[in-house]
Design a binder for this molecule. Structure first.
Ligand code: HEC
Ligand code: HEC
Ligand code: HEC
Ligand code: HEC
Ligand code: HEC
Length: 219
């Protein structure tokens, strides 16, 4: 019986199977990279706004507390956006003729609220609540980054489900004493592992089984 396949075919097929695996691997990595890339996630891409409001100036420079503008962040699911009156408390006097601030004055005259472009926006089927996170010691900076250093805001995190779950599986790695929730540059003075374990006890933070159940975020 003549040999149909030359012995070298074995090598060829082995090489080409390896080749296919490599090609698939590269394609997967490229697709994965794109999924995580700034192009799709918007992470670190400054968001244009009708007025170039700067957290770096107002928070970093002037030291205004988050709650002066985001008044409901401790009490409701929604952090709250400042009404134009809040801006005018200062800008009636400061920079009151600056062309840059004309959209703010126009909004004040007409009573039409400013329309800010969203930086963070979850799809409607995912439920989020600020007040519970503030109450249990999750700092603004953990989710939104150093806004006090951002002239225009950008997204510090993807907000993908994996990102939420990354913390919900073990919040002890991130929680801080409640009184430091609004301090963006706060650092623990002790080991985070020890502190986190203690706060999880003290604040009676729910267990992993509950915090990773689908109905917590999809209601
Ligand atoms: C003087 C008012 C003011 C203060 C103080 C302030 N903000 Fe804001 N914040 C705004 C305005 C106006 C916007 C909308 C424009 C923008 O996105 O930059 C905004 C937007 C945001 C957004 C994005 C909202 C979205 O999804 O579109 C986050 C997050 C935020 N602020 C966090 C903070 C944090 C954290 C602090 C305190 C460290 C803070 N802000 C202090 C006025 C303020
Ligand atoms: C507590 C007073 C105060 C409040 C409230 C306030 N601002 Fe300002 N804002 C200032 C001061 C002071 C400056 C000048 C900052 C500088 O030059 O360092 C300024 C500067 C600005 C500028 C010029 C660009 C920049 O950041 O330097 C814009 C735009 C602006 N504010 C928009 C707003 C808007 C919109 C709001 C309401 C969401 C607001 N401000 C609320 C005090 C305030
Ligand atoms: C655990 C993560 C997390 C923490 C901590 C957190 N935020 Fe948010 N924030 C979000 C998410 C997620 C959204 C988008 C919510 C949506 O689209 O429904 C958001 C949206 C916002 C908005 C836009 C208005 C809104 O409520 O949708 C503001 C303003 C804001 N956050 C400010 C703050 C401030 C101030 C703090 C600190 C007290 C803070 N956030 C702490 C995750 C967080
Ligand atoms: C850095 C940590 C952290 C991140 C990130 C985080 N969470 Fe949480 N989350 C917590 C903690 C801590 C609690 C409080 C649990 C408790 O009440 O004991 C909580 C509670 C919740 C609750 C209330 C649970 C209940 O049954 O009352 C919801 C809803 C929730 N998170 C949604 C989200 C969503 C959606 C995201 C992502 C967009 C997110 N969380 C990201 C730490 C985090
Ligand atoms: C801690 C909050 C949280 C929990 C727990 C959670 N999800 Fe999600 N899920 C989210 C968020 C936030 C999104 C939206 C992500 C985005 O922007 O695409 C999401 C998106 C999804 C999507 C849409 C596809 C996708 O991945 O974006 C599906 C399907 C889903 N979740 C199923 C589940 C199931 C099943 C469970 C339980 C095993 C679960 N989720 C538990 C927060 C959560």
């Amino acid at each position: 019986m003549p040999q149909i396949f030359h012995p070298s075919t074995n090598t060829i097929s082995r090489v080409s199977i390896a080749g296919i695996i490599i090609v698939l691997g590269v394609a997967g990595a490229v697709a994965g990279g794109l999924f995580e890339s700034t192009y799709l996630t918007g992470v670190r891409v400054p968001q244009e706004q009708p007025v170039p409001f700067s957290h770096a100036h107002h928070v970093g420079g002037l030291g205004i507390d988050c709650r002066y503008c985001h008044t409901t962040v401790e009490t409701s699911s929604f952090a709250g956006m400042p009404p134009t009156e809040t801006c005018m408390n200062c800008h009636k006097q400061i920079w009151s003729a600056a062309p840059m601030l004309e959209p703010v004055r126009a909004s004040f005259r007409s009573g039409q609220p400013m329309r800010w472009n969203r930086v963070y926006d979850l799809p409607g089927f995912a439920y989020f609540d600020h007040s519970i996170h503030v109450a249990k010691g999750v700092g603004c900076v953990t989710c939104h980054g150093r806004v006090d250093e951002m002239p225009l805001l950008w997204r510090a995190n993807t907000l993908y489900m994996q990102w939420c779950l990354g913390c919900h599986t073990d919040p002890s790695r991130f929680v801080r004493p409640r009184e430091h929730v609004f301090e963006l540059d706060w650092q623990p003075s002790e080991d985070q592992a020890t502190l986190g374990r203690r706060l999880v006890q003290e604040y009676a933070i729910m267990d992993r089984e509950h915090l990773t159940s689908c109905y917590v975020c999809h209601r």
